[in-house]
Design a protein around this ligand. Structure first.
Ligand SMILES: Nc1nc2c(ncn2[C@@H]2O[C@H](COP(=O)(O)OP(=O)(O)OP(=O)(O)O)[C@@H](O)[C@H]2O)c(=O)[nH]1
Length: 557
C-alpha cells in the first residue's frame, strides 16, 4: 500500500531544485548589483590613494620645480612609479618638463625642453589623470610648476576585477551553503520524519490499538500536530469500525434468529409479487400448501419460470385471492381471507391468510392453519345446537334449521317443507313409576326410532321434555307424510325394555304443518303444527293430524 514517491516527485528533490533556482537567481542579481557598485567604489578609493601618494612627494616636487632640478624631479617621478597604480609621471616647471616617466619606459622620455606653457599636452591625458599645481616652497601663493600623474588603468581594472571575483566567490559559496543547509533541513528535519511517519502508518495495526509515534524533536511543531491529528482520525475510524462491526454482528444474530423463527415457525410465511409468484416461503408454508408432499394440486414450479405460484395451489379460490392481492397493493393495507383447502390426504383444512403490502410491489403473507379452531368451533356450535340426552338437535338448533328453510323457500317459490311435532303420551307415568333414568332411556329409545325413520336431509330435534320435532325439506306429499306419521306412532308405541329390565310403554301424538306457499313466518308454522297436535291430544292421543295451511281443513290421521 505504501508507495515510495518517484524520484522526480520527491519532496526533497523538488525543494532542492527550488532552492537552487531561487538562490542562483538571487545570487546572479546580487553579483550584477555588486559589480555595478563595486567598480566606482574601487576607482574612487584608488584615486584617493593616488592623491595621498602624490601628497607625500609634493614638497620634494615643489623644490625640484623651484630649483629646476631634473634629477630631483626624476627621483620623485620614479618614486611614484613604484606604485603599481601609476602609469606615467610628468613634472613640469615654468621652464619646461623636468621629468616625464612612463611605466613602460625605463628612462626619462623628456628633458627640459620648454616652459609650462609648452606642456599643454596635458589636455591629451586620459580621464582620471591627477594634475596638481605646485607652489613655491617659500611663497605658497606663487606657482612654480605642476605634477601630472596618469593612473595605471590596467592595474586598476585588474584590482576591480579581483574585488568583483572575490565577492562573486563569496556569494557563490554563500549560495552553496544555503542550498546545503536547506537541503539538510529538508531531508533531515522534514522529509525524513514524514517518510518515517508514512512508513509507520502503513505498518500500523490500528485495530490492535496501535498509535503513530511523533518523530523525536517534533512534538510541538507541525509534524507533531499532523501525527496527533492522524491519531485522532484513526481513533474516530476505529471507533466507527467497532460500532459497525458490533452492528453487523447484531444484525447477523438478528438474521439468524429471524431465520430460525422463519424456518421453525408454525405459521406459514411467504413473499409474493403482484402476480402471485412465490419469491420466498418457509417450511410451514410449504407444508400448508403441500408443496413437497408430491401431491401438490399443481406443479410446484411454474411452467415458464422457476418460481412456484401461490394461485396454482388455491384451486377455485385462486380468483378471489388474485383480487385480494390487487386490492392489498392498491389500498396499501393488509387484507385477510379464510381459505378451505385440502391436505395431501385430501382431508379438508382451513387456513387464515393475511397479506401485507411491502415495498417494491411485493406482498408479505402469513398463513395459519385454523382447522383445529374451526373444528372446535363447529363442535361447540354443534353442542350448542344439540340435545345432550338424545344427540338430536335442541330447540336452538331447530330454530336455526327452520329459519334456514324459510329463507330458502322465500328465495325459491318451488321450495316447500313439512314440520312434524311429536309429543309422547303418558310419559309422566313412566317417570313417576320407574324414575327419571328409565324416562331418559325411553326418550333416547324414541330418538333412535325417529332417526331411523327419517333421511339424512331431514332434521330431528328434542325441544324439551317429551316433545320432539322433525323437519322434512322438499316433502309436502300428504300420503308420504301420513305413512311416516303412522310408522312413527306404531314404532314409538311399542313397549321399551330398558337395560335394567323395566318395560315401559308410551304413545305418540303428532301434529303436522305442511309449508308450501303463503305466510312463511316461523311462529305461524309452529302454531299450525301445535294446533294439529292439540287436536290429537283432545281426540284421545296416539294419533296424528295434518294442518295444510287452511285453518278449516284438518286431516284426520
Ligand atoms: N326422564 C325425563 N323426564 C323429563 C325430561 N324432561 C321433562 N321430563 C318430564 O316429562 C314429563 C312430561 O310431561 P307431560 O307431557 O305432561 O306428560 P305426559 O304424561 O306425556 O302427558 P300427556 O302428553 O298429556 O300424555 C314431565 O313429568 C317432566 O318432568 C327429561 O329430560 N327426562
Amino acid at each position: 500500500m505504501d508507495k515510495t514517491p518517484s524520484f522526480h516527485a520527491s519532496l526533497v528533490l523538488r525543494s532542492v531544485i527550488l532552492v537552487v533556482v531561487l538562490s542562483g537567481l538571487a545570487g546572479t542579481l546580487l553579483i550584477a548589483g555588486i559589480t555595478r557598485y563595486i567598480e566606482p567604489t574601487v576607482q574612487e578609493s584608488l584615486s584617493k590613494r593616488l592623491g595621498e601618494l602624490v601628497k607625500t612627494v609634493e614638497n620634494t616636487a615643489r623644490i625640484a620645480c623651484y630649483l629646476g632640478d631634473t634629477s630631483l624631479a626624476t627621483e620623485v617621478a620614479k618614486g611614484l612609479l613604484m606604485s603599481r597604480d601609476v602609469e606615467r609621471v610628468v613634472i613640469i616647471n615654468e621652464h619646461g618638463v623636468l621629468a616625464d616617466f612612463e611605466r613602460s619606459a625605463t628612462t626619462a622620455t623628456h628633458a627640459a625642453t620648454g616652459g609650462i606653457a609648452q606642456s599643454s599636452a596635458a589636455q591629451a591625458y586620459p580621464p582620471g589623470t591627477l594634475i596638481r599645481e605646485l607652489s613655491s616652497p617659500f611663497q605658497t601663493d606663487s606657482r612654480v610648476g605642476k605634477i601630472i600623474v596618469v593612473r595605471n588603468q590596467a592595474s586598476i581594472d585588474a584590482q576591480v576585477g579581483e574585488a568583483v571575483d572575490y565577492i562573486r566567490l563569496l556569494i557563490i559559496l554563500q549560495t552553496a551553503a544555503i542550498i546545503l543547509i536547506v537541503t539538510t533541513i529538508s531531508v533531515g528535519y522534514i522529509a525524513h520524519p514524514i517518510r518515517q511517519t508514512a512508513t509507520r502508518l502503513n505498518a500500523l495495526s490500528v485495530m490492535d490499538g496501535e498509535k503513530l509515534k511523533v518523530p523525536g524533536g517534533h512534538k510541538a511543531d507541525e509534524i507533531g500536530r499532523l501525527v496527533g491529528n492522524v491519531n485522532a482520525l484513526i481513533d474516530k475510524q476505529v471507533s466507527g469500525l467497532m460500532t459497525e462491526r458490533e452492528l453487523r454482528l447484531e444484525r447477523e444474530i438478528e438474521e439468524k434468529r429471524f431465520r430460525a423463527i422463519f424456518e421453525n415457525a408454525e405459521t406459514g410465511i411467504f413473499v409474493i409479487n403482484r402476480n402471485g409468484l412465490l419469491l420466498s416461503f418457509n417450511p410451514a408454508f410449504s407444508r400448508a400448501m403441500c408443496l413437497n408432499c408430491g401431491q401438490a394440486k399443481e406443479p410446484v414450479e411454474s411452467v415458464a419460470g422457476t418460481q412456484p405460484s401461490l394461485l396454482d395451489q388455491l384451486g377455485t379460490q385462486a380468483a378471489e385471492v388474485r383480487t385480494l392481492i390487487a386490492s392489498c397493493l392498491q389500498d396499501r393495507q393488509s387484507k385477510s381471507i379464510e381459505l378451505a383447502l385440502c391436505d395431501c390426504g385430501e382431508n379438508p383444512r382451513w387456513f387464515n391468510m393475511i397479506l401485507n403490502p411491502v415495498e417494491d410491489d411485493l406482498i408479505q403473507g402469513v398463513i395459519n392453519d385454523i382447522t383445529e379452531s374451526r373444528l372446535r368451533e363447529a363442535h361447540a356450535n354443534k353442542l350448542a345446537l344439540t340435545d345432550p340426552l338424545t344427540g338430536l338437535g335442541n330447540r336452538l338448533g331447530f330454530e336455526h334449521q327452520i329459519d334456514q328453510l324459510i329463507s330458502e323457500c322465500r328465495l325459491d317459490a318451488e321450495r316447500n317443507f313439512t314440520l312434524m311435532f311429536i309429543d309422547l303420551d303418558r310419559f309422566k307415568e313412566v317417570n313417576d313409576s320407574f324414575g327419571h333414568d328409565v324416562g331418559d332411556a325411553v326418550l333416547v329409545h324414541v330418538a333412535r326410532h325417529i332417526e331411523h325413520s327419517i333421511r339424512k336431509s331431514d332434521y330431528a330435534a328434542r325441544l324439551g321434555g317429551d316433545e320432539f320435532v322433525i323437519l322434512f325439506p322438499f316433502v309436502t306429499d300428504k300420503a308420504v307424510i301420513t305413512r311416516l306419521a303412522r310408522s312413527l306412532i306404531s314404532n314409538i308405541s311399542k313397549p321399551v325394555v330398558t337395560a335394567a329390565g323395566v318395560r315401559a310403554v308410551v304413545g305418540a301424538s303428532i301434529g303436522i304443518a305442511l309449508v308450501e306457499h303463503g305466510d312463511l313466518r316461523r311462529e305461524d308454522i309452529i302454531k299450525r303444527a301445535d294446533t294439529a297436535l292439540y287436536a290429537v291430544k283432545q281426540s284421545g292421543r296416539n294419533d296424528f293430524r295434518i294442518h295444510d295451511g287452511n285453518d278449516a281443513v284438518q286431516i284426520d290421521g
